[in-house]
Design a protein. Structure first.
Length: 303
């Protein structure tokens, strides 16, 4: 895996199995199942979380790799996002996607949930952020949405298996901002919203999804929008089918990851401003709903 400047990424270079790079070891195992199998695309994802067995669909081909103070999670999946549960790697030769997650031995999300339980707060971990179109970075890149859907499904399924009953897990956050405009209906990012929000509804039923629509009414810029155009944008957003709760742009939420775009056959997700929303529940009588406040991620203001 190489960084933008062409050098080998120091985060993934140590990932070695049986004397082979994690990529080569995975391809070796695939070819043992069927000599025609290969890894067509490789994705990397960085987080300070640890995951459980819910992350794996096919344990015979997927597992954790412990190297020093880092844990790598190897996932093998179909490029179209179907994530076939039969785990049949032998009957037909295929090109597979490999997702290598660079994680941590200790789970920062569990630690935050424990603190949330202790201090009466709710935590909203960010969903994986979609790779961006390298020509139009405000849009998601359609070519990678299948693999993004698989990664989202695996992570949210693991959350459901481990944390669904935790009161401190308030829901999840959708980190890909969209600008509210009349043209939003044609934005492929809404496909990300639809796919990811459907998964959340299936695996974390009843948990809300926070979104961060971007509203810009400045007349001096070409992308400024009128209230009518913003209204059309919200209609398009609602049609994604997600039960999402919005937050104003001035309280922009932190994203766990930001995609720097594909490097050769590798798409990279690297860490962004921060991983979570956290909100405090005000202590009130049980007959009244709790009040919620949110803490903004401190990012440079847009100009």
């Amino acid at each position: 895996m190489r960084a933008k400047d062409g050098t080998i990424d120091s985060l993934y270079k140590p990932c070695v199995e049986d004397g082979l790079s994690c990529h080569d070891a995975a391809e070796r195992d695939l070819k043992q199942a069927n000599p025609g199998n290969r890894i067509g695309r490789m994705y990397v994802y960085r987080t300070d979380e640890a995951f459980g067995s819910g992350l794996y669909r096919c344990p015979e081909m997927e597992h954790a790799i412990e190297v020093g103070k880092r844990v790598y999670y190897r996932l093998i999946t179909q490029a179209d996002g179907s994530d076939d549960a039969t785990c049949d790697f032998s009957s037909k030769a295929q090109s597979y996607d490999m997702i290598l997650v660079a994680g941590s031995p200790s789970d920062s999300l569990k630690e935050l949930l424990d603190l949330g339980d202790q201090f009466g707060m709710r935590v909203f971990p960010a969903l994986p952020l979609a790779p961006r179109d390298h020509k139009t970075p405000i849009r998601a890149e359609r070519r990678h949405l299948g693999t993004l859907t698989t990664l989202t499904r695996r992570i949210v399924q693991d959350y459901g298996a481990r944390f669904a009953g935790r009161e401190s897990l308030g829901g999840v956050y959708q980190p890909f901002e969209v600008q509210m405009s009349a043209t939003l209906a044609d934005n492929p990012t809404l496909e990300v919203y639809s796919d990811q929000h459907r998964i959340v509804q299936q695996e974390l039923s009843g948990k809300p999804i926070l979104i961060s629509p971007y509203l810009d009414a400045r007349k001096r810029v070409a992308f400024g929008q009128t209230p009518q155009q913003v209204a059309e944008g919200f209609k398009a957003l609602v049609r994604t089918g997600g039960s999402a709760s919005s937050r104003r742009r001035t309280a922009g939420a932190p994203a766990r990851s930001a995609c720097s775009g594909p490097t050769s056959a590798t798409t990279r997700w690297t860490s962004g401003c921060g991983p979570w929303w956290a909100s405090r529940r005000t202590r009130r009588p049980t007959t009244a709903p709790p009040a919620t406040t949110t803490a903004p991620c401190r990012r440079p203001a847009r100009r």
